[in-house]
Design a protein around this ligand. Structure first.
Ligand code: DGP
Length: 114
């Protein structure tokens, strides 16, 4: 996906405040944070949305969650707690069409959502 902003961050074509990178995922700080800690975990391969996931992607999605857990510990918010969100399409509030897991923490999250 040549025009995808997250593909460009993954490839290092534009700068991102990267906190973790491995062969499957890249994680970087959200440009417009909604919490004291707001990190996006994205797959290195392009997937538009959750609607486009296939069964073969299940290990990748699992890896996104274990990466989020590890980053939460690294950021010192594992014990205080955090929220993981993946938005899908318009009603879900998705604005960047390369799937990403939001890791939010560092303050109490508001509830109920929606
Ligand atoms: P969503 O609304 O779920 O699609 O979240 C997209 C998030 O991506 C939003 O919180 C802002 C963030 N974002 C958009 N463009 C950039 C960018 O160029 N760099 C970084 N670090 N974050 C971005």
């Amino acid at each position: 996906m040549t025009d995808c902003i997250f593909c460009k961050i993954v490839k290092g074509e534009i700068s991102g405040n990267i906190v973790h990178r491995d062969e499957q995922v890249t994680a970087f700080r959200d440009i417009n944070p909604s919490a004291p800690t707001h990190i996006l975990i994205v797959p290195n391969k392009h997937v538009d949305s959750v609607n486009m996931l296939i069964a073969d992607d299940e290990p990748l999605i699992g890896h996104m969650f274990t990466t989020a857990k590890n980053i939460a510990a690294q950021e010192g918010i594992a014990e205080s707690g955090y929220r993981l969100i993946m938005n899908t399409n318009a009603d879900g509030g998705q604005t960047v069409f390369h799937i990403h897991l939001h890791l939010l923490g560092g303050a109490p999250m508001k509830y109920p959502m929606g």
